[in-house]
Design a protein around this ligand. Structure first.
Ligand SMILES: Cc1cc2nc3c(=O)[nH]c(=O)nc-3n(C[C@H](O)[C@H](O)[C@H](O)COP(=O)(O)OP(=O)(O)OC[C@H]3O[C@@H](n4cnc5c(N)ncnc54)[C@H](O)[C@@H]3O)c2cc1C
Length: 285
């Protein structure tokens, strides 16, 4: 691994100055769990690491009228154990609880996980079905980007040079809606999922009024599967409708063949796990 200088700014303004000063030679670091591996493997090269750890306020989780605000420096374990998250976005508490091991969850941050943009990561499908937004702050100002527009390709996001992800804004989970997250890990429980599915649904008198579905590890990015959502929204809930809708997933995904399985196998598993998730949120389980 090549040598680098380590900077620990005490404010966001100072971090922005360092990013402006060193340009492409600088890289932000949060928990460091992904970045250090990439540096060691020379997949990323940086002469300057700019740590976000000393910047105050970035680890806060609080409630506002537009939803739950989760600071980018919140650890995965903070989200898993937060009473606010458990009450207002229980799907997220459940998803973060299932990531890797407690040791990693105590180190890795929410923001680092999102910007890393590995398509097999657990949180993105849940963030997609909850319609979460990201606050990106640069020297020039700030913007909010829906998670749905943030992931562009394998490890590629809409983050611009000089921007820092400061928080994730999660609209409160609709009351009376059921939500579920399933991850398929045939090797070990703490592995990245072979496929994963998040779903959220609201059923009234046997009719599906709201349906949101997103998959992870099944394409270059996590993705919402609108074909499945449209096939079920407004329809009477039945086992047959669920089977028909889940089958649509096969055409929507484009998994990469790797040591977790062939593309065909992952496509089949995407259909199976979508069906199980739909049965779960529609109360057919
Ligand atoms: C062995 C192992 C197993 C894992 N298993 C899983 C798993 O099964 N599922 C899962 O979801 N995750 C898993 N993870 C965690 C995940 O893959 C990442 O390592 C972690 O989420 C990255 O968070 P971090 O805070 O350490 O980010 P870092 O490593 O510090 O940074 C990652 C990237 O994000 C950028 N960055 C960080 N913070 C910001 C910010 N606020 N604004 C802009 N850019 C930023 C960095 O420049 C870097 O490019 C695993 C990790 C390890 C080490």
């Amino acid at each position: 691994m090549r040598d680098f200088s380590y900077h620990a700014p005490a404010s966001l303004a100072e971090a922005h100055s360092l990013l402006a000063q060193y340009g492409d030679a600088a890289r932000l670091m949060a928990g460091g769990t992904a970045l250090t591996v990439m540096l060691k493997q020379s997949l990323v090269q940086a002469d300057h690491l700019v740590s976000l750890q000393r910047i105050p306020g970035l680890r806060r989780i609080h409630l506002q009228s537009d939803g739950l605000h989760i600071g980018a420096l919140a650890r995965l374990r903070d989200v898993e154990t937060s009473p606010l998250v458990k009450e207002h976005a229980p799907l997220l508490a459940e998803v973060y609880r299932q990531v890797a091991t407690v040791r990693i969850r105590n180190q890795a941050t929410v923001g680092g996980g999102i910007v890393h943009a590995d398509p097999a990561q657990d949180p993105p499908p849940a963030l997609l079905v909850l319609d979460a937004r990201l606050r990106l702050v640069s020297r020039a100002g700030q913007r909010e980007v829906p998670v749905r527009e943030f992931f562009l390709d394998y490890y590629e996001t809409a983050l611009r040079p000089g921007e820092v992800l400061t928080e994730v804004i999660v609209p409160l989970q609709t009351k009376h809606a059921r939500a579920i997250y399933l991850r398929y890990t045939p090797r070990t429980q703490d592995d990245y999922p072979t496929v994963s599915v998040a779903a959220l649904a609201r059923v009234e008198r046997g009719v599906c009024r709201e349906m949101r579905v997103a998959l992870g590890a099944a394409a270059p990015t996590a993705l919402r599967i609108t074909a499945v959502e449209e096939a079920l929204r407004g329809k009477r809930v039945s086992q047959a409708a669920v089977r028909r809708a889940a089958a649509l997933v096969a055409e929507q995904v484009s998994p990469l063949e790797d040591f977790r399985g062939s593309a065909d196998y992952k496509r089949d598993m995407a259909v199976v796990f979508t069906r199980r998730a739909l049965e779960g949120v529609l109360g057919l389980g």
